[in-house]
Write a protein that binds this ligand. Structure first.
Ligand SMILES: O=P(O)(O)OC[C@H]1O[C@H](OP(=O)(O)OP(=O)(O)O)[C@H](O)[C@@H]1O
Length: 301
């Protein structure tokens, strides 16, 4: 039977793109909020014997956590075979260690929460800068789509004189990869975070920056302060107007407007989180990885 992609709100467009590439069908998950804040999840009726792919954005994960669990459990009660999760943005991965005594280490706890409900997971570049692979966090088949080749293509095409800038030492690994694929130079900045909205970034002396367009590349823009501080220093140093390339368009509060106001020439993102800045489609590698994850899970079922 054809797999069925069940899209949580906001994910209908990506669901359609994936269905076109995978001979799958799509249907929307109806998510109703009662006045007291509880959720009612309603799935389509014909799930018996089908592989179900739940597609959700976890940009605002807490209100979606229980509906995700309800959707997975209900799909099984209605006869679905495998139930997988495609979460192009995987929340909670930044808290991958105890930064201060008493803190919850959210990354493995959230992973456990998801693997208790789903048979497999596909995500895009999770923020696991200190963890080498998703297998260290998930015990279900978990596949990481890498956006680097798509980002490198976009930069090579749209900003041919790019100097690619990673905001902190942890970004070196993938900024170097994007720069190598795009055939452009790169630099790594130094970031110091002192609070949720307090970040400082220092920019190195760079000959390349005198002649090229700075492209600040980061996996997440949340408060936007990392991007904003990087741009402020670049502009003060006399560079051309920076281009901001962000994988996950989290954009808390007015972050997007603040980044534009700080002088970005362009802000572009992948479609891991629906936003007006999405220009890089992840549908091709996501569709390939979903097929791979379903096969991997079937082999262990
Ligand atoms: O828009 P912002 O609020 O500035 O957040 C975005 C930044 O935060 C993340 O790193 P983080 O500072 O969490 O550091 P880490 O890489 O050590 O987790 C991410 O890699 C960005 O650089």
């Amino acid at each position: 039977m054809t797999p069925l992609i069940l899209a949580f709100p906001e994910m209908e467009a990506l669901a359609g793109d994936l269905a076109n590439r995978m001979s799958a069908e799509t249907a929307a998950i109806d998510l109703h909020r009662f006045p007291d804040g509880e959720s009612l999840v309603t799935l389509p009726k014909k799930l018996k014997g089908r592989d179900v792919i739940v597609l959700a954005t976890l940009r605002d994960p807490d209100p979606l956590a229980l509906p995700l669990r309800f959707a997975a459990a209900t799909a099984r009660e209605l006869g679905a075979k495998l139930v997988g999760l495609v979460a192009p943005y995987l929340a909670y991965m930044r808290q991958d260690k105890r930064f201060a005594l008493g803190q919850a280490v959210a990354a493995p706890l959230f992973a456990k929460f998801l693997e208790d409900s789903f048979d497999w997971l596909v995500t895009v570049d999770p923020h696991l800068h200190r963890v080498p692979s998703l297998d260290r966090v998930f015990r279900i088949p978990a596949i990481r789509v890498q956006s680097a080749p798509l980002i490198a293509d976009w930069i090579a095409r749209e900003v041919p004189d790019a100097v690619i800038l990673g905001p902190d030492s942890e970004s070196q690994q993938w900024v170097a990869e994007v720069a190598r694929t795009a055939g452009r130079p790169y630099e790594v900045l130094t970031k110091v975070r002192s609070g949720d909205w307090q970040v400082d970034v220092s920019v190195p002396e760079s000959d390349a920056l005198k002649h090229g367009t700075p492209v600040v590349l980061d996996d997440i823009a949340s408060s936007g302060r990392t991007m904003i501080r990087a741009m402020e220093h670049l502009i003060a140093a006399g560079t051309r107007s920076p281009v901001c390339v962000i994988i996950h368009a989290v954009f808390a509060g007015s972050a997007y407007e603040d980044i534009l106001a700080a002088g970005a020439a362009r802000v572009i993102t992948t479609d891991s989180i629906p936003h007006q800045t999405n220009v890089i489609s992840l549908a091709d590698p996501l569709a390939a990885s979903i097929a791979h994850a379903m096969n991997a899970r079937l082999q262990t079922h």
